[in-house]
Design a protein around this ligand. Structure first.
Ligand code: FAD
Length: 281
């Protein structure tokens, strides 16, 4: 099948900021290993899972000093415009060209009134204050964002976000390729024409994945859950079966015209590397 809408394929890898010296070493190894595959950029999460935000900048510098393009994630909920502007200024001076612009999730108790309610507000703000200085990437949800009232309105909100100035989107992870293809078709019907790059979550720690999927609204199909549960504590079988499943998913996405892949590496180069080496480009 042809590449959809003539987009150039892009591949990217996501990290979270490490907290320990051992974590920094692991990140450096992952950079060297995954960097050899020629990704468009390495992205780095921001404030996710309680990560201190200053560490995103440190990780971005680590990525750049290894000679790669970095795409910092930037969340807006609970932030003031002035704070975001300072950060944008800093990123411009650091030579950053790609940003992943997100709403973020702030616990109810910490919520404060903010000019930024949705990621579309952030995208519009970045465009207003920096023009076209950044290539803006946003998130989207083939299996529907967990807080969306319904699939149709989630898609309409995504369209607003794109029209606010997004250049590309990365999806939440999923294990059902049809969810992605149906979503892309629905986007095309609404004249959403930016590249929609599938987000790929390799399977390492299955109980952790189940826990995370419950909160972010990604579905683990029944057949996959039952097969994984049957492996019990047999980590080797979980990783091996997970590699087969995710590799097959990636190959189906690529052969179906996906404009690249974005890997949620969890800073583990091994899983992503093994999948990469089995891809049929
Ligand atoms: P939005 O696009 O604002 O959507 C959030 C919800 O609001 C959706 O239900 C949408 O339908 C609804 N909505 C949007 N606009 C409107 C409107 N005008 N009126 C009513 N409802 C509306 N989190 C982090 O904290 N740090 C990270 O680094 C991070 N990286 C991520 C990277 C990717 C690729 C993805 C997919 C997610 C990431 N997240 C991260 C998680 C993300 O912050 C959450 O999924 C969050 O709940 C939604 O973010 P969003 O940018 O998609 O929000």
């Amino acid at each position: 099948m042809e590449l959809r809408q003539g987009h150039i394929r892009t591949f990217s890898f996501e990290f979270f900021p490490p907290k320990t010296l051992a974590g920094i070493d692991k990140l450096r190894n992952a950079l060297a290993q995954l960097g050899s595959y020629g990704p468009k950029f390495f992205s780095c999460t921001y404030g996710a899972g309680g990560a201190a935000r200053g560490r995103t900048l440190e990780t971005v510098r680590e990525i750049q000093s290894a000679g790669y393009a970095a795409a910092p994630h930037l969340t807006c909920v609970g932030s003031r415009p002035g704070q975001i502007e300072v950060l944008l200024d800093l990123y411009k001076r650091e030579g950053i060209q790609h940003l992943v612009a997100l709403r973020g999730d702030v616990p109810f108790a910490e919520q404060q009134p903010s000019e930024f309610r949705f990621a579309s507000d952030l995208v519009a703000f970045i465009r207003r204050v920096t023009g076209t200085a950044f290539h803006l990437i946003v998130a989207c949800y083939p299996e529907v964002h967990p807080q969306a009232p319904d699939a149709r309105r989630d898609l309409e909100h995504f369209k607003v976000k794109v029209e606010s100035g997004a250049n590309a989107a990365i999806t939440q992870y999923f294990y059902n390729p049809d969810a992605y293809f149906r979503f892309v078709e629905a986007c095309e019907a609404l004249h959403i024409n930016i590249p929609i790059v599938p987000g790929i979550m390799p399977i390492g720690n299955f109980p952790q994945l189940v826990c995370f999927s419950n909160s972010c609204g990604a579905e683990i199909p029944r057949w996959l859950r039952l097969r994984m549960q049957a492996f019990g504590n047999d980590i080797c079988s979980i990783r091996s079966y997970g590699l087969d499943v995710v590799t097959e998913l990636c190959n189906r996405l690529l052969s179906g015209g996906a404009p690249g892949l974005h890997f949620y590496t969890m800073n583990d180069a091994e899983l992503t590397s093994t999948i990469w080496q089995r891809l049929r480009f």
